[in-house]
Ligand binder design. Structure first.
Ligand SMILES: [Zn+2]
Length: 197
């Protein structure tokens, strides 16, 4: 009994904390990831930045691959979440969802771009991979919690209120305004793909 009342109390506290709450467990992956927007977002960023690196790499497909891979790479931690951690902690508490991790990768790639061989395309691949990983953190902040100051501060940040209206995560997800943002990202990617240049 003690445990149940404690659980209820903690749930109430979490709810009243509004935007800074952790989602209940019944949403998959603690429901804190953007689902459809990451890959098209990676496409958009890579497509828009490709020209900047045209002198380094004429290998468009490889550049796009590394960019789009970076956009979904943080969510590879879901394997750890499902198979090893077995739903214990939100995968957003892993270092793969720490913005600092992606910021460090980005800085390393920028140093590499500056100091490395001017004609090497590898630093360009590293850069587009890392910047899309960082954008992933920003996009996840629209659908859930990201610990922006981790590992220094264990405080989750979210741009949305995570108060759930419905009992099904699908309904909550698809009726949330953040889903409109995802639709916009998808539309933008499709637009860029078929735009006549
Ligand atoms: Zn994510």
């Amino acid at each position: 009994m003690e445990t149940i009342s404690m659980q209820i109390r903690s749930a109430i506290t979490k709810r009243s904390m509004g935007a800074l709450t952790e989602l209940p467990q019944h949403r998959p992956s603690s429901g804190t990831s953007m689902i459809f927007g990451h890959l098209p977002a990676g496409y958009i960023t890579s497509k828009l930045l490709f020209k900047k690196f045209a002198t380094r790499t004429s290998f468009y497909k490889a550049f796009m691959f590394w960019g789009m891979f970076g956009a979904i790479a943080p969510d590879i931690d879901l394997f750890y979440y499902y198979l090893i951690d077995v739903y214990k902690n939100s995968h957003h508490t892993y270092f793969t969802h720490f913005p600092l991790f992606w910021l460090i990768l980005l800085l390393i790639s920028m140093v590499w771009l500056r100091l490395g061989d001017n004609h090497s395309q590898n630093p360009a691949f590293a850069f587009i991979f890392a910047i899309n990983g960082l954008i992933h953190m920003l996009l996840d902040t629209f659908t859930g919690n990201i610990f922006w100051l981790a590992p220094f501060l264990n405080t989750p940040f979210s741009l949305v209120s995570l108060d759930l209206e419905y009992n099904s995560w699908e309904l909550n997800y698809f009726t949330h305004w953040a889903f409109v943002l995802e639709l916009f990202i998808i539309w933008w990617a499709v637009f860029l793909r078929f735009k006549k240049s």
